[in-house]
Design a protein around this ligand. Structure first.
Ligand SMILES: Cc1ncc(COP(=O)(O)O)c(C=O)c1O
Length: 394
């Protein structure tokens, strides 16, 4: 039995079987490269489900964490710590005036967002949140209810009351769903899990206007799209639209677990002492890591790199589209890339992994590619060469 098989058999015996895993044991990583337990090297164009947004084991993150881990690891939230304050300040300075609540994951950040909307509407008997078909917001009970995909809800009913789903990118559907109980609208500015679905600017601006007119909380789930991946720091900026509440996680911590719920203007003080909490939320370690991520994005001009590499990669993919009739459409915003196929993508993505390129497939027919925003042309060329070779087999 090799090392990989040994580790997988340990999982089979001791780890709950909740994931459809690729039989790959990852052991170390650097930037866009990961190595498995047998020493094989892979180009990672879907690093940790978009968690390692500035690449794996970024030296600035490693440095910040290793300094902090020797100084103070955890501060409970009945005290103060400088790094939590500094990170909140950094997020606000990079978006709009407001305040931040720190959690440990995307689903938890979204829970806080829903609680803000519900508390805001509570005295008026308004609690209903409109979310989108094909959305994904996490796996807690409230978030599987919010998510617009039946597969995450099956077997867990009864679900939470107070969520309504409408088609994405359809302002009329939102208008029709609003009633006297409605308090908010929650959406990913670009649906990722749902197949890389990019809404129109008019829709997003219309949504802002509608929420203002009806006094609704507009919540952007930027768990996957935030932190530069769209070519802007936050994807709402792509459409020129400011949310009332924004949630972050994934790449915010440079690989460490962190979630943040950011509330703006009149929503920033809705949660009051005793109404929400997290034991681990905003610990000095994860805040040190996230501050390093912001520094790297700025110092290394990674927003500019994202936009440059986005055009380069898009050009290469459009060339592949001309070559392979089963590529229906390429959808890109920054380094959020969906390749819509007219055939199933599962075998293609597995073959890419076999050939040393880690990508993802979502909604059965969409290859999802999200390289680190530090990616360069040479890495893109290598990835395209693998993809071309694999596609030629189908
Ligand atoms: C848009 C979005 N929201 C929320 C989540 C849930 O995040 P977590 O798994 O950290 O709870 C995800 C995870 O994929 C996501 O993509």
């Amino acid at each position: 039995m090799n090392k990989t098989d040994k580790i997988i058999s340990m999982y089979d015996k001791y780890v709950m079987n909740t994931y459809k895993r690729v039989p790959l044991v990852l052991e170390k990583a650097k930037g866009s490269i990961v190595w498995d337990a047998e020493g094989k090297r892979y180009l990672d164009f879907f690093p940790g489900w978009a968690v390692s947004g500035i690449g794996h084991c970024h030296p600035a993150v490693a440095r910040a964490v290793s300094i902090q881990v020797k100084k103070l690891v955890h501060v409970s939230n009945n005290y103060y710590s400088e790094l939590q304050g500094l990170l909140a300040k950094k997020i606000i300075e990079n978006s709009f005036p407001g305040k931040v609540f720190f959690a440990n994951s995307g689903a938890e950040a979204n829970e806080a967002a829903i609680k803000i909307a519900r508390k805001y509407g509570h005295d008026k008997g308004r609690y209903e949140i409109i979310t989108m078909a094909k959305s994904f917001h996490g796996r807690t009970m409230a978030m599987i209810t919010a998510t617009g995909q039946d597969k995450v809800k099956k077997g867990f009913e009864p679900l939470l009351a107070g969520f309504v789903h409408v088609p994405f990118n359809d302002i009329g559907a939102i208008n029709a769903a609003i009633n006297e109980r409605t308090i908010g609208v929650m959406l990913e500015p670009i649906q990722c899990e749902g197949g890389i679905n990019i809404p129109g600017v008019d829709y997003m601006k219309g949504l802002r206007k509608l929420c203002d007119e009806k006094d609704l909380t507009l919540i952007f789930d930027e768990v996957q799209t935030g932190m530069g991946r769209s070519g802007k720091m936050f994807a709402g900026e792509v459409f020129g639209v400011k949310p009332d509440v924004m949630t972050l996680a994934k790449s915010l911590g440079g690989g460490l677990p962190i979630g943040a719920c950011v509330a703006y203007g009149k929503f920033q003080d809705v949660l009051t002492p005793g109404t929400h909490a997290s034991t681990f939320g905003g610990s000095p370690i994860v805040c040190a890591a996230a501050l390093a991520v912001f520094d790297v994005i700025k110092k290394d001009k990674l927003l500019a790199n994202t936009n440059k590499m986005s055009s380069y990669l898009k050009g290469k993919l459009e060339a592949l589209k001309k070559k392979y009739h089963f590529i229906k459409e390429i959808r890109t915003i920054g380094l959020i890339i969906g390749i819509e196929l007219s055939i199933k993508g599962e075998d293609i993505y597995r073959e890419c992994i076999h050939k040393g390129l880690l990508i993802n497939c979502t909604q059965d027919t969409v290859l999802r590619i999200m390289p680190p925003i530090t990616v360069n042309k040479a890495e893109i060329d290598k990835a395209i060469a693998v993809l071309d070779k694999v596609l030629a087999k189908f």
